[in-house]
Design a protein around this ligand. Structure first.
Ligand code: GLY
Ligand code: MN
Ligand code: MN
Length: 449
């Protein structure tokens, strides 16, 4: 792996820091204990990964544009005993050469070195995972946080430097992370390829009596079978009324004849996420009532897509989606009055309680940047309708239906490109996909002998 791209990103951030008269302190993610000697799966902090490509825990990057040695990495020392149990470490000696840093120190020296490393700057910009602890011995979070809190409240002396304020590193980085370069786009596209296979496999495998957990296993096996690939977030595999729980992750019910199945699941490829939702009939054929709701949601997505264009406010595409959904609810006699009256009262939020999209990238809900769409950004578009089973304003045939359709788009010069265009979405396409042979989408599962 080349770390050139991460070096370039650090250089760009250093330019920004210089203008702001700030230093940056960016901590890695840390290991979280599940029990005894078992940790939760480790995933590097996105900003730390973006700037270093270095995927070990217990590390801190300090960037100071006012020092000769501008890039400093603190990391774990080599430790043959620990490496026997938990894997290889890069170590302090190799870090500079491998990661193109100016200097590196063992993490235990962070506290001691910090004052000298932050000289020349009047502001600290930082990103520390909340309750960051390097180990039970090194509670550096407390240390940094106490300094930052003090500096927020009043000018403080840190070594020879007066620290007069702090900046959110996310704000400084958002103008970089929001715009995807070619290597990032390649990862995003690979995530879509793998996600397409998984959703198609799930559509083809789905049938009454199948467990939500089985579809989860099927989809996530597709993700994990691919190199540098995994699950971007906890998958939602929600049959029937479970779809009305927006972040349903129990995934432990059996699918029933006549129900819809909502699947919100995406792969993460080389750290970049896909975030895709499809809703389809468990038995492969939409009922007329399901079709009606599906068509409204699809129309909301198509109309709001017209507003995914550089220069337009991101808030506007949400408004457009809401207007289409509200019109649909009025047509179904679920809401009374006009579209504008309902937009004012917000009554519709009972049936559409979430936003229409968010930026996408290293994080599934990615770093926010500005209010407008701009070329190079990636966004989701994910309208839905959720009609409670016990809502007497909803005609009986529509009760308990939950539908969301979510795609991912990259902003181009004058519009957008749908990155997830290959994943079936039109009613006929979806019904055809449900009739497919699921083995077609698992072509890599061949006899290894
Ligand atoms: N998968 C979470 C979301 O769609 O925002
Ligand atoms: Mn989303
Ligand atoms: Mn989603």
């Amino acid at each position: 792996m080349s770390f050139e791209i991460h070096k370039k990103r650090r250089e760009k951030l250093l330019e920004i820091l210089e203008k702001c008269e700030a230093v940056a302190i960016i901590a890695s993610a840390f290991e979280v204990k599940r029990n005894h000697d078992v940790d939760y799966p480790f995933r590097q902090d996105s900003s730390f990964h973006y700037l270093t490509g270095f995927d070990e825990p217990d590390s801190i990057l300090v960037l100071n544009p006012f020092e000769q040695k501008r890039e400093t990495l603190f990391l774990r020392e080599r430790d043959p005993k620990m490496e026997l149990w938990t894997g290889r470490r890069l170590g302090v000696d190799k870090a500079c050469e491998k990661l193109s840093m100016d200097q590196s120190f063992k993490i235990e020296l962070f506290e001691e070195k910090l004052s000298s490393l932050t000289s020349g700057a009047s502001k600290w910009s930082y990103d520390l995972a909340s309750d960051f602890t390097l180990s039970s011995k090194h509670k550096l979070c407390d240390f940094i946080q106490s300094k930052i809190n003090t500096s927020r409240n009043r000018s403080m002396k840190l070594g020879s430097v007066a620290v007069s304020g702090s900046l959110e590193i996310k704000e400084l980085l958002s103008g970089m992370r929001a715009f995807k370069d070619d290597s990032e786009l390649a990862s995003l596209q690979q995530a879509q390829v793998v996600t397409n296979m998984a959703h198609r496999a799930a559509m083809a495998y789905s049938a009454p009596g199948v467990g939500e957990h089985q579809l989860l296993a099927l989809m996530e096996s597709v993700y994990h079978f691919h190199q540098d690939c995994g699950t971007a977030y906890n998958s939602i595999v929600a049959g029937g009324e479970n779809a009305l729980i927006l972040h349903y992750v129990d995934n432990n019910c059996q699918l029933s004849e006549g129900d819809l199945l909502l699947i919100d699941s995406g792969a993460e490829s080389s750290y970049y996420a896909a975030d895709i939702t499809r809703t389809f009939p468990v038995n492969g054929v939409f009922t007329p009532a399901q079709k009606r709701i599906y068509e409204i949601v699809l129309e909301a997505q198509k109309k709001s897509c017209e507003h995914i264009r550089p220069g337009l406010l991101r808030a506007d595409f949400h408004t457009v989606a809401c207007e289409v959904l509200v019109q649909g609810l009025i047509d179904l006699k679920i809401l009374k009055g006009s579209v504008s009256e309902n937009m004012d009262t917000g009554e519709f939020k009972k049936y559409y309680p979430h936003g229409t999209g968010h930026l996408l990238g290293l994080d599934v809900h990615d770093i926010v940047h500005g209010l407008h769409f701009e070329k190079g950004m990636v966004t989701t578009n994910e309208p839905g309708l959720y009609l409670p089973a016990d809502d007497e304003n909803v005609p009986a045939e529509f009760r308990g239906i939950g539908i969301r359709i979510e795609d991912n788009y990259i902003l181009t010069d004058d519009g957008h490109e749908n990155l997830s265009v290959s994943i079936p979405k039109e009613i006929e396409e979806v019904e055809n996909a449900c009739r497919d042979d699921f083995r077609k989408f698992l072509p890599y599962i061949t006899d290894p002998r």
